[in-house]
Design a protein around this ligand. Sequence first.
Ligand code: RTP
Ligand code: MG
Length: 148
Amino acid sequence: MEKTFLMIKPDGVQRNLVGEIVTRFEKKGFQLSAAKLMQISNELAEEHYGEHKDKPFFGELVDFITSGPVFAMVWEGENVIATARQMMGKTNPQEAAPGTIRGDFGLTVGKNVIHGSDSSESAEREINLFFNQNDLLSFTKDDQKWIY
Ligand code: RTP
Ligand code: MG
């Protein structure tokens, strides 16, 4: 099954949006494979955002993503990479549609609440940057069994 790397950025953690955001992906039908609250080092931030190293905002981006804890996650499900990007909304929250995470909770491009892998290559690279293979769990859910 397809997997993607999603990360609630420091602004999302500070604003108590972890539960709300996890709920959106759960309700959609995707399944969590791994998650951790963590502080990103400068080295990891520069590696993760390596594609932007020549952009004028790179320094700001690295400073921001290392400024406080993030909530790193791996989610799995059919077409999860593209669907999660749709659920996040456009990079600039001012252009993100209402109903999307950035459209509902963000105001500026620098603090846009969530990161999501943009392709299968990025997803594989980012999952391996943040998690070990044995952190990833695949399991069947059976609600009834946990009620009765
Ligand atoms: P992300 O990688 O964080 O999921 O965001 P994205 O794919 O939607 O956007 P991307 O082009 O990869 O940009 C990475 C992050 O850099 C910040 N940014 N700032 N000041 C600016 O013009 C500017 N442009 C991009 C954003 O926080 C964006 O999420
Ligand atoms: Mg990106």
